[in-house]
Design a protein around this ligand. Structure first.
Ligand code: GLA
Length: 739
């Protein structure tokens, strides 16, 4: 997979991609190509690609002894600002406050096979990975830089990360160190990202590229509700099924930046990594700093091809192997059913009803600990509230397990309420600046996870509960962002406060590591006020994430469509909630709520005691259907289908081996007298096969070329023939090979 030619050209290749770079005349690394596989290349080919006869006008030469050579107009593997290149660079190092204009020259390379999964930090892993590590040195500044590139079989993704080591005695400060760089020869792309807010996360947003910079970022201490650490560049005029798409996606959960800069020659440079604001990292003699990893993904098959490649890569090389293809339990979560108003008996009644309906895991949400009757107290006191559980948490857990249900419990480990024993005992363990004012969010403070003692103290409390309850599942929440970032601990040990944000996230990963080392089979569901930390760092530890506090089926259509551009279906947990919905007060049928929620890991979060007998039967039937089709609905290949209008959404999941599919069609608002005949082509089916589509037998040729007919909607004349009626309609198609 990795060819090194003449110690000068480096070609990473598999059956889906080629990534090519070389040693430039100044001994730095230049980028040549990323895209469809090129196969074997002759020396003539390589020289031809690397040749640059002209120096672009108006540029500065790199040095007196490299002729016409300038960095300004070159694609580079790890560019730095200030030595003939004026664009934003990937690396900035200072000595004190003095910038070092580094000059990293190629020294040697190493190839390693296989990549282990280590819990201390989230990274890709896999036996079939090959990693090319390029060593570069800057002799003058006594710095060594390693660029790592991993390529796996059958996946169109290059994984990159970098480390820098101080070979000298004088301390250096890393001011900026990006995880990935992607250089593209043109700006013929749209910049896509996933933006939003609390309750409306990860909607697909587009910007046209033009000379200048487009960027997204977070400085909240978490990847955030507003921007996701993911960007894609989609070829102009590309569609969901055609055209090239490049993606950059960080394996990291803290502050980040992702940007695309277009220069005066219409070259595009994408940079992504830890946000350089409020960040520095000091490296003393012999010390190193290593960046998080990034995925650089590619597809020539439009957004669907891109999303499928990315999803299958993440499933295989980031998600914990024990959860790969493993059915996820159907969850009942009591939050929207009871909020804080519950006790042992009430929960057991709900659990019994849930069990009768077919649910498999009972999750006790917020309010079981300390004395927490609202969101103003007790975070940090992870001991059971005996007013609510007079028999103790152990007996409660036993009763749940005796019902044949798994048990899940909600924690918010990184937070503390001012009204808690934990805070009273250790006010210095809170993130707060020594000045007097402190911001407060949801009535709570953030704990200083940069301090290992704090992580240990929280873990000890969690461990007791996990052991006592023989816990199957944790919902790990995180409901506020970091303000006035300052750690008393870092001050004490003499570390700069600008290292806080990164050290905080490393502390979060440490807690994950501790839990999963002691309880390797526990299923952790990530959550951050819904989708405030939906990223590959968290998914490395918790294979699914509560994607949004907005549980309305219609809102979820856009959230899920956006999320699935960058993340697998199996990571997106969905709950059927009440109508009217508690976030937007929209009224929808149980049918559409179930039709939307069944794509991905399914759950229920509503008061089961309020259900009518008809609704109970509908839930039982749906759960039976879900259990039968769970693998397909969780791990099937996901397609967005082109509906031709914003008012409609259609999704398909497809199992290639068995050639079966489920299609969900959703119409948000009904329209009077819409087109009489409309179809959704299913291009993934085979033209040579015959399929059963619900009750009909149809040929693959028809289904591929023309498609399944959209459900007929009431047009005022013949309501009895309508398959869907009114606003918020849904229709499910089940497709399998005909006998
Ligand atoms: C957050 C979560 C919700 C719920 C509440 C409990 O908002 O996203 O699902 O757990 O906290 O306080």
């Amino acid at each position: 997979m990795i060819n090194v030619i003449d110690n000068q050209y480096f070609h990473l290749q598999n059956n889906k991609i080629s990534y090519l770079f070389y040693v430039m005349p100044n001994q730095q690394l230049g980028h040549l190509y990323y895209g469809q596989p090129l196969g074997d290349l002759s020396n003539k080919d390589l020289e031809y690609l690397a040749r640059k006869v002209n120096k672009s006008a108006g540029t500065v030469k790199f040095s007196a002894d490299t002729g016409q050579f300038t960095l300004a107009d070159r694609g580079q593997e790890y560019p730095v600002y200030g030595s003939s290149d004026f664009k934003a660079g990937a690396l900035e190092i200072t000595e004190g406050t003095t910038p070092l204009y580094t000059d990293f020259r190629y020294k040697s390379y190493r190839i390693t096979k296989g990549k282990p999964r280590r819990l201390h930090q989230p990274t890709t892993f896999g036996d079939d990975g090959e990693t090319l590590s390029i060593q570069l040195t800057d002799e003058e500044h006594q710095l060594a830089l390693t660029l790592n590139y991993t390529i796996f079989n059958d996946h169109s993704v290059i994984v990159r990360n970098q480390s820098i080591t101080n070979l000298g005695t004088v301390p250096r400060t890393v001011q900026k160190m990006m995880s990935g760089v992607l250089e593209l020869a043109t700006d013929d792309y749209e910049f896509l990202h996933l933006s939003g807010a609390w309750l409306k996360e990860r909607h697909i947003t587009r910007h046209a590229l033009a000379q200048g910079t487009v960027s997204i970022s977070s400085l909240k201490g978490a990847s955030g509700h507003q921007h996701n650490p993911f960007v894609a560049l989609q070829e102009k005029n590309g569609t969901i099924d055609h055209g090239q798409v490049y993606g950059a996606q960080l394996i990291y959960s803290g502050n980040f930046i992702g940007q695309a800069e277009v220069d005066e020659w219409s070259h595009t440079r994408v940079l992504m990594g830890i946000h350089p604001d409020y960040f520095t990292w000091e490296i003393g003699e012999g010390e190193s700093f290593e960046t998080p990893e990034i995925l650089l993904a590619y597809s020539a098959q439009g957004l669907n091809g891109f999303a499928q490649e990315t999803a299958s890569f993440i499933e295989k090389h980031i998600i914990d192997p024990q959860w790969q293809n493993k059915p996820r339990p159907i969850v009942f979560n009591n939050w929207e059913a009871t909020y804080f108003d519950f006790d042992h008996q009430k929960l057991i009644e709900l659990a019994k009803s849930g069990k009768e309906l077919g649910m498999e895991c009972f999750v006790v949400d917020d309010g079981w600990f300390g004395k927490r009757d609202d969101d103003r107290s007790s975070l940090g006191d992870w001991t059971v509230d005996e007013r609510k559980f007079p028999k103790g948490i152990k007996v409660f857990a036993q009763e749940i397990h005796q019902l044949g249900l798994q048990l899940g419990i909600w924690f918010e480990p990184e937070m503390v309420s001012p009204d808690s024993q934990f805070y009273r005992a250790h006010p210095e363990w809170v993130v707060r600046h020594p000045f007097s004012r402190i911001s407060i969010g949801r009535g709570q403070y953030v704990l200083d996870f940069a301090n290992p003692q704090v992580v240990d103290a929280i873990y000890e409390q969690m461990k007791k509960i996990i052991q006592e309850t023989e816990l199957d599942y944790i919902k790990w929440d995180m409901n506020r962002n970091i303000t006035e970032a300052y750690s008393a601990y870092l001050n004490e040990v003499g570390i700069d406060q600008t290292e806080f944000f990164h050290r905080y996230i490393l502390g979060v990963y440490r807690l994950y590591e501790k839990i999963l080392t002691d309880f390797p089979t526990i299923l952790i569901e990530g959550c951050a006020g819904g989708g405030g930390r939906y990223d590959l760092g968290i998914l490395f530890y918790s294979p699914q994430i509560w994607p949004s506090d907005d549980s309305d089926a219609i809102e979820r259509l856009a959230i899920q469509t956006g999320t699935l551009l960058a993340y697998p279906l199996s990571t997106f947990s969905n709950h059927v909630s009440a109508s009217p919905n508690h976030q937007v007060w929209r009224q929808t049928s149980l049918k559409i709520r179930q039709d939307v929620a069944m794509f991905g890991p399914l759950g229920y979060e509503l008061d089961l005691n309020q259900l009518t007998e008809t609704e109970k039967t509908a839930i039982q039937e749906r759960i039976a259907f879900y259990q039968e089709n769970r693998q397909l609905l969780t791990f099937g290949r996901f397609y967005q289908l082109a509906t031709g209008t914003d008012n409609e959404v259609a999704w398909a999941v497809y199992d290639e081996t068995e050639q079966k599919a489920i299609v969900g069609f959703y119409r948000i608002l009904s329209k009077p007298n819409s087109a009489a005949d409309e179809f959704l082509p299913l291009s993934f089916l085979s033209a040579d096969q015959t399929y059963q589509v619900n009750d009909e037998i149809l040929s693959g040729k028809i289904l591929r070329q023309i498609g399944i007919r959209k459900p007929y909607q009431f047009n005022g004349a013949n309501p009895d023939q309508a398959q869907v009626q009114g606003d918020f309609q849904s229709y499910i198609y089940q497709i399998a090979l005909a006998d």
